[in-house]
Design a protein around this ligand. Structure first.
Ligand code: CA
Length: 217
């Protein structure tokens, strides 16, 4: 899953990006509202963490302009614990908010819940035959046996599973799994798919030649 963090305070931005990266999200960052809006419009993020008090364009402006074009889930960060802020945020098209200071653990939990909610996935468990994916702790079992996946393999499986029944193109995979700073050699989707098939069964992921991949419901 790929995220964008728009936050102008360098220490906070660094801490958030690091925490999310450690959770195996691909994370892009922006230090002001204009740069954040540009990235949000160019890339397909699974969710955006958007500070409100930002230079160049503030978070409200970013949200307003983003919502004219895209429905990317947005979690706003607000320094002021004012009811009017939250109401304005949720009215203005934000999907969730956190009041500063917040715990990184809560931020991560909220982002995961947000991504699940938008995918129409109420439960944190996805069952695909004998394969069970736990989205909360990112574990996978097959016939009750724990299966060890790399971060990339898990991210790819999660993306296909959250959108099961739908064709996921290679472009979508690149957009959602890899951050803008990822080196291209580690980005070989075919290799990750082949590893997933070895670990979880050849029938799990169908290849649509020239189009992409699909996990059937
Ligand atoms: Ca700020």
């Amino acid at each position: 899953m790929r995220l964008l963090v728009v936050e102008d305070e360098p220490d906070l931005r660094r801490a958030v990006v690091q925490a999310l990266t450690e959770e195996n999200f691909a994370v892009d960052e922006a230090a002001d509202g204009a740069a954040g809006l540009h990235k949000a419009l160019v890339w397909e993020y699974d969710a955006i963490v958007l500070d409100i008090m930002l230079p160049v364009k503030n978070g409200w402006q970013v949200l307003e302009e983003l919502r004219r074009q895209k429905t990317t889930p947005v979690l706003i960060l607000t320094a002021r614990d004012a009811v009017i802020d939250r109401v304005r945020g949720l009215d203005g098209g934000a999907d969730d908010y956190l009041v500063k200071p917040f715990s990184l653990v809560e931020l991560i939990a909220r982002i995961r819940a947000l991504i699940r909610r938008v995918a129409g996935q109420a439960s944190s468990i996805i069952e695909l035959g004998s394969i069970v994916i736990n989205l909360s702790n990112r574990t996978v079992t097959k016939s009750d046996e724990a299966i060890s996946l790399t971060a990339r393999e898990y991210a790819l499986l999660e993306l296909l599973a959250l959108h099961r029944g739908k064709l996921i193109t290679r472009t979508m995979i690149y957009d959602h799994i890899f951050g803008e700073d990822d080196d291209s050699l580690s980005n070989l989707v075919d290799v990750h798919v082949s590893h997933l098939r070895k670990k979880l069964g050849a029938e799990l992921i169908e290849t649509r030649r020239g189009q992409g991949y699909i996990i059937h419901d």
